[in-house]
Design a binder for this molecule. Structure first.
Ligand code: UD1
Length: 420
């Protein structure tokens, strides 16, 4: 188990290249199941979650090779239609194979993901959508077992906007007979990229980027290539690092249009931000102001940035409230931030933050991906040395974060191979 050792207080300056979006890649990879052929996904981030998805897809008979951020997937040999518990327990996004397997092969057996580090994460909407499309779905010994001679177009209305369930419903419906309408569909950019990719494979989908998707089923799809969109959460995390650590940072390969809520809140906090078609530059505020945020569905402030925002507010002038309207109990980073000297109370789904003058280095423990990012950000401004333990969570979603931060001037190193 690796740890990061950070000596806080360095000003960050310079430019940093943003990697491809984890959550787009994790949808595009299973989408290749829908056709037999060779697909290339460029700008794929080198992340542990991508390795986990690759391992799962290989068990089904897909050949996969990653070279210089291009993932090549050969789906001509698929001969197993199962996602075993051993893989799904490592990564919930494994459930994305459900829709494409049922659509193309009429069968799927996918382990139920179970909860995650910060609480329950149901998959009822995924199952209901596949059922609506005509599959028979049973829950057997911890597995979702789905069968269908063919899928039939249907009206699907999601009570809750769900990224994953929208992705699964889309991937299942593109090969269904007739028309499917998905209402209250997620409009996160990663879902829009998935829809665009399906269209490139020959699918007929109207309403891309809106919360009403209309799919005209086709008989078959063909393999296609895609370039993964930039990771808006990695981008947001580096913008927060810029606001925290003084100096001026330019993100390259970033898309400001996907970051509107984050940029607006950073400006409210006193940062100066400018953007071009593929860069975003942040000049840190002279005085960081407290700003409330409520994490909500896109284009709202992302829940995946809530923990990082809380770290920023921990040292802002004044008090703020950080609310999460998507995951009510995603606050595992707070007790660790308290160990660094933050002043925060959690009540229900909100963190009440009173900004302190400074944080002080300590040993802290990562509990999940975004909590880890929050602790690293806090470590960058804490006085003295912060050790962030169990950073394997971080490797799920940030490519070489320590190298990228070091290039900006941070004093951070990874210590490998010991049991911490
Ligand atoms: C995706 C992202 C994750 C992000 C989340 C919310 C991927 C791989 N992961 O997760 O990083 O934090 O979107 O932006 O893209 N829900 C149900 N029943 C379901 C499914 C979801 O009640 O069957 C609820 C969830 O509990 C949650 C809400 O819907 O309250 C939204 O979750 P969802 O959008 O499905 O998240 P994921 O797709 O799992």
């Amino acid at each position: 188990m690796d740890k990061f050792v950070i000596n806080g207080g360095r000003t960050l300056n310079g430019s940093v290249a943003i990697s491809g979006a984890k959550n787009a890649t994790l949808a595009l990879m299973p989408a290749t199941i829908l056709a037999g052929g060779i697909s290339r996904l460029s700008n794929t981030p080198a992340l542990r979650d991508v390795t986990t998805m690759s391992a799962l897809l290989r068990t089904m008979g897909i050949d996969i090779e990653m070279r210089e951020h291009t993932l090549t997937l050969d789906t001509r040999g698929i001969d197993k239609f199962e996602a075993p518990y051993e893989h799904v327990k490592k990564m919930r996004a494994s459930i994305y194979v459900l829709g494409p397997l049922v659509a193309r092969f009429g069968q799927a057996k996918v382990s139920l993901p179970g909860g995650c580090a910060w609480g329950p994460r149901p998959v009822n909407l995924h199952i209901e959508a596949i059922r609506k499309l005509g599959a028979e779905v049973d829950l057997q010994e911890g597995y979702i077992v789905a069968r269908a001679s063919h899928l039939e177009g249907a009206r699907i209305h999601f009570d809750v906007s769900s990224v994953g369930a929208t992705g699964n419903a889309l991937m299942a419906s593109v090969l269904a007979r007739g028309t499917t309408v998905i209402d209250n569909a997620a409009i996160e950019p990663e879902i829009t990229q998935l829809a665009e990719y399906l269209v490139a494979m020959g699918a007929r989908i109207a309403g891309l980027g809106t919360n009403r998707l209309e799919v005209e089923g086709v008989r078959e799809l063909h393999a296609a290539d895609a370039t993964t969109i930039p990771d808006r959460i990695e981008a947001g995390t580096f913008l927060v690092a810029g606001a925290l650590c003084g100096g001026t940072i330019t993100l390259t390969g970033a898309q400001a249009g996907h970051l509107t809520a984050i940029i607006a809140k950073l400006e409210d906090a006193g940062s100066e931000i400018s953007a071009t078609s593929d860069t975003v530059t942040i000049k840190a505020p002279r005085k960081l102001r407290s700003v409330d945020v409520t994490a909500s569905i896109y284009p709202g402030f992302p829940t995946d940035m809530q923990a990082q925002w809380t770290a920023l507010m921990a040292v802002a002038e004044g008090a703020s409230v950080v609310t999460d309207s998507i995951y009510f109990d995603r606050f595992k980073h707070i007790p660790e931030l308290l160990r660094l000297g933050a002043d925060i109370d959690v009540k229900d789904n909100a963190a009440f933050v009173r900004g302190v003058r400074s944080l002080t280095g300590a040993k802290v423990m990562s509990t999940d991906l975004r909590a880890s990012a929050s602790l690293i950000l806090a470590g960058l401004i804490a006085r003295g040395t912060t050790e962030v333990l169990r950073v394997y969570h971080l490797d799920r979603g940030y490519e070489s974060i320590e190298k990228k931060l070091r290039a900006l001037g941070a004093d951070i190193k990874r210590v490998t191979g010991e049991e911490f």
